[in-house]
Design a protein around this ligand. Structure first.
Ligand code: 13P
Ligand code: SF4
Length: 350
């Protein structure tokens, strides 16, 4: 993470100026998938779990969140009553989160529980709306991230008869593989009829119901890309995000959250070539950080356009809005005569 300097001109310089005026009243948080020109202004850069964890310790009144809406919502849920969370582009949505609308989640789980008579514990990936998290909370479930999905799936299985994991089918399958949950204990949900198309026999014995969502950015990475990368770079290491398909994860040397991917690159031996299967902005930042000691290449150049909606210009605009909201101004034509009346009072009562 670089800090912008006050001597810079243009957008970066203006951001630095606003930050100077506002000081510690503003904290800028950025997810690792953000562009470098946004990341360089951030006080904290992290994956979704790290960013959520850091909210509690923040004293800033304004938390400017450079990420997607579910992350900013999570921050708003965790923030104190005197804090406000700002997202520089309100249309920066996660497409995977949009695949699990709250009403449908509620109906599907109600139907599964009603038709099987079993206690189904919903487990929502943090990539879900606040409405879905509220449904999950009401139904006795919990949230997880890619960093703690296995622990939380075990937790869910201990709470009830089965877990309904949503919305990412790949993270669900990769986590189930890691925990040794057999294929015939899993049911991939057909959510179109609110779960009515689910085979009742399979539903009666399933330990894991899987919502059929996915992240297009990771799902587009296929075994052919792994084969091509391995052929082009013999001896290279491969690390991927668990939102990738299970068949890709099985071919990798390691799979894990964004934090885990960063650590994997740090811990790899000098001279290593590392193929990374995740969002391109992070892969490029890792490549720059470790060059020339290690060579880091993308498994597939894949960009999250929603993360990319946060630009340096929008960050500046968001900061300027905060500044103008905080600044109390009196129109010029009023200030001079008003000042006279105030100073007269102050002088008369001195
Ligand atoms: P992390 O939880 O690893 O930050 O991932 C969030 C995300 O949106 C991945 O696509
Ligand atoms: Fe959502 Fe995928 Fe973008 Fe992550 S990379 S924010 S899961 S669309």
């Amino acid at each position: 993470m670089q800090q912008s300097s006050g001597t810079e001109t243009g957008v970066a310089g203006q951001i630095a100026m606003v930050r100077e005026v506002m000081g510690r009243r503003i904290a800028i948080l950025a997810h690792h998938y953000q562009h470098d020109d946004v990341v360089r202004h951030a006080d904290i850069v992290g994956d979704s779990l790290e960013l959520a964890r850091r909210i509690e310790g923040l004293k800033a009144e304004y938390i400017v969140f450079c990420g997607v809406s579910f992350m900013a919502e999570t921050a708003a849920i965790l923030a104190g009553p005197y804090q406000s969370v700002r997202l520089p582009d309100m249309e920066a949505d996660c497409i995977m989160a949009a695949m699990a609308p709250a009403r449908r989640v509620e109906n599907v789980i109600a139907h599964l529980a009603g038709s099987t008579g079993r206690r189904i514990i919903p487990l929502a990936y943090v990539n879900t709306s606040a409405e879905v998290k509220a449904v999950v909370g009401r139904l006795g479930g919990a949230v997880c991230t890619s960093a703690n999905a296995a622990r939380m799936m075990e937790w869910g299985l201990a709470q009830g008869d089965a877990v309904c994991f949503l919305p990412d089918k790949n993270l669900a399958a990769n986590t189930a593989d890691a925990l040794g949950i057999a294929e015939d204990e899993r049911v991939l949900l057909d959510v179109r009829g609110d779960g009515r198309n689910v085979d009742p026999v399979a539903a009666g014995r399933a330990r894991l119901f899987v919502w059929p969502g996915m992240c297009a950015i990771h799902h587009r990475m296929r075994t052919e890309h792994v084969a091509a990368a391995r052929a082009a770079h013999p001896g290279a290491l491969l690390v991927v995000h668990p939102e990738c398909r299970p068949e890709v994860v099985k071919l990798a040397d390691a799979a894990g959250s964004t934090r885990r991917i960063i650590e994997f690159c740090e811990q790899a031996p000098g001279g290593a070539t590392i193929i990374v299967g995740t969002e391109l902005n992070l892969v490029q930042r890792l490549a720059a950080r470790h060059a020339p000691d290690k060579r880091i290449l993308p498994l597939l150049p894949s960009i999250c356009e929603n993360m990319g909606k946060i630009t340096e210009e929008k960050l500046l605009h968001c900061l300027q809005k905060i500044l103008s909201e905080c600044r109390v101004t009196v129109p010029e034509e009023l200030s001079e005569p008003a000042r006279l009346s105030i100073t007269r009072m102050l002088e008369a009562c001195a």
